[in-house]
Ligand binder design. Structure first.
Ligand SMILES: [Mn+2]
Length: 447
C-alpha cells in the first residue's frame, strides 16, 4: 500500500483500553465530586428538515464518541458506573427502508458490555436502575421520566476541562487524521496546479481522504485568489478565474471522530506573494515550537502579533516598529483572528477558557476578542497554530478611516490584494520532550 496510515486499525484498538481506563478513572472522580453514582451519555438523534421526511446529516455527541468510536448510531448510549464494565446500548432499529447501523467490530468493543436495542424507549430498561445518574447529551422525548440529572453543569465542566489533554490513543487517532488530511492536501494542490476550479479541487480532496462530505470535521475552505481574504470562505465555486494566482485551503479529516485541521497556502508563481508564503512558513514553525507543557497559550498569540508585524514591515506592507503596530492594532488589520484553538473530538474543542475543572473563565487579553484558548498548556494538549496575513477590504477601509492607514503602504497592498491572503496551520501536541507537530510529521511521511 502506498502511503499507509501511521497506525492500522488493530494498533488503534490496542491503544484503546488504556484510553478507556483513563476516562473511567477520571469519570469516577468526577462523579464522586458531583454527588452522582453513574453516567449516561447519549449519542444523539436524527433531526428532520421542516415539513420534510429527510434528516440532516447525523453528527454524534462528542462526549459519546470519547467513550465509543461510533459515528453512525443515533439513539445509542454508553452507561458507566464506577467499578463496573461500561455498557454500550447499541440502537439497531428494525427497519426495511434504511440500512440499520451495523454493530461495530474491532477489539475495542471487548471493553464494553454490549446490549442491542430495537426501539428508543427500550434503551431505558438496560440502564443501571439504582442511584443518581448524570445524563450528558441531547434532550429527547420522555427523558424527563428517566429520573436523571440532565446535563448538570458541574459534570459538564469537569468533562470538558479534561479534554484539553489527550490520551496516547487520541493522539494516535489525530495522527491518522493528519495523515489523511496531508494526502488530500497534496491532491488539492495538484488539482490547483492543473488549473481546476474550487469545486473540482474539493472533489479531489474528498476522494483522497476517502470521506463523504458529511464526514469531514468541518466544511472545506478552498479559496482561489482573492477568496483567501474571506476567513471562512466555503463557496466551492465551479467558476474558473482568468488566472490561478493562489490557493488557500483549510481542510481536515477525521479518524474515529478525532479531527485534523490543516491550512496551506500555495502561490502559483514566484514573486512577492510566494515570498510572503515562505516567510510565513518559517514564522509558523517558530510559533509551533512554543507548544510545550507550562506555556500560557495567549503568549503564543501575542508573540504571533509581534512576529507578523515584523514580517509585514519586512515585506514593505506597513511602516513603523512591530511594537507600535501591535500597540495601535495595525497588526490586527492583517491578522484579525486568534492564533489557534484546542483540537480533538471537535474542531474547536471545548474547555478553552476554563479556569479550573469546576468552571470559571480565563479572560482573553484585551484587544484580542477572537482568541479561542486562554489556558496554560499541559502535557498531551493538542492545539492548532495558524498565523495568517490577509488583505480584507472591510478591515483595510476601517484602518483608513481611523488613522491606522497612515502606516500602511497602499501600493503594496494593492499589488497583493488579488492573492487574498496566506494562512498556514498545523496541529501540535505539547509533550515533555517538546512540541510534536502531527501535521509536519504527516506531510514528511508522504515523502
Ligand atoms: Mn483551525
Amino acid at each position: 500500500m502506498k502511503n499507509p496510515p501511521p497506525y492500522a486499525a488493530a494498533e488503534l484498538d490496542a491503544l484503546f483500553p488504556a484510553h478507556l481506563a483513563t476516562l473511567q478513572a477520571g469519570t469516577a472522580q468526577t462523579l464522586a465530586a458531583c454527588g452522582l453514582d453513574s453516567l449516561l451519555v447519549g449519542a444523539g438523534s436524527l433531526h428532520f428538515q421542516f415539513l420534510d421526511d429527510q434528516p440532516y446529516p447525523f453528527k454524534s455527541n462528542p462526549l459519546f464518541r470519547q467513550w465509543a468510536p461510533i459515528l453512525d448510531a443515533p439513539n445509542s448510549f454508553v452507561a458507566f458506573t464506577p467499578g463496573k464494565k461500561p455498557l454500550l446500548i447499541f440502537m439497531q432499529p428494525e427497519d426495511y427502508w434504511h440500512k440499520p447501523p451495523a454493530l461495530p467490530t474491532g477489539a475495542w468493543l471487548d471493553n464494553f458490555e454490549v446490549r442491542v436495542t430495537r426501539a428508543a424507549a427500550e434503551a431505558r430498561h438496560h440502564l443501571p436502575g439504582q442511584g443518581r445518574t448524570g445524563y450528558l447529551g441531547e434532550v429527547h422525548a420522555g427523558l424527563e421520566h428517566w429520573g436523571m440529572t440532565v446535563n448538570p453543569e458541574p459534570l459538564l465542566n469537569r468533562m470538558h476541562y479534561s479534554r484539553l489533554a489527550k490520551t496516547p490513543y487520541e493522539i494516535a487517532c489525530m495522527r491518522v487524521a493528519n495523515h489523511k488530511g496531508a494526502l488530500a492536501h497534496r491532491a488539492a494542490v495538484a488539482a490547483f496546479r492543473a488549473g481546476q476550479s474550487e469545486y473540482a479541487i474539493h472533489l479531489a480532496y474528498l476522494a483522497a481522504t476517502g470521506h463523504r462530505e458529511e464526514e469531514l470535521p468541518y466544511p472545506n475552505i478552498i479559496a482561489l485568489n482573492e477568496g483567501g481574504a474571506i476567513l471562512h470562505y466555503t463557496d466551492l465555486s465551479t467558476h474558473l478565474p482568468a488566472a490561478h494566482l493562489s490557493l488557500l485551503i483549510d481542510a481536515g479529516a477525521q479518524c474515529r471522530g478525532y479531527a485534523s485541521d490543516i491550512t496551506r497556502t500555495t502561490a502559483a508563481t514566484a514573486g512577492a506573494f510566494a515570498d510572503l508564503v515562505t516567510a510565513m512558513e518559517e514564522l509558523e514553525l517558530a510559533l509551533c515550537a512554543q507548544v510545550v507543557p507550562g506555556k500560557h497559550y495567549p503568549e503564543i498569540h501575542l508573540d504571533a502579533h509581534l512576529r507578523l508585524a515584523q514580517l509585514l514591515g519586512e515585506a514593505g506592507i506597513i511602516r513603523g516598529t512591530p511594537e507600535s503596530a501591535v500597540a495601535t492594532g495595525l497588526s490586527s488589520v492583517f491578522f484579525p483572528h486568534g492564533i489557534g484553538h484546542p483540537l480533538g473530538l471537535q474542531v474547536h474543542d471545548v474547555g478553552g477558557f476554563q479556569a479550573a475543572p469546576e468552571g470559571g473563565t480565563l479572560e482573553r487579553p484585551s484587544g484580542h476578542p477572537y482568541l479561542r484558548l486562554t489556558r496554560t498548556l499541559t502535557e498531551g494538549a493538542v492545539v492548532t497554530i495558524e498565523p495568517g496575513i490577509y488583505f480584507i477590504d472591510l478591515l483595510l477601509k476601517n484602518a483608513q478611516a481611523d488613522g491606522r492607514g497612515r502606516d500602511i503602504v497602499w501600493e503594496r497592498v494593492e499589488a497583493l490584494r488579488p492573492y487574498g491572503g496566506v494562512r498556514i496551520e498545523d496541529n501540535v501536541v505539547a509533550t515533555a520532550q517538546g512540541a510534536v507537530n502531527l501535521t509536519r510529521e504527516a506531510f514528511a511521511s508522504l515523502g
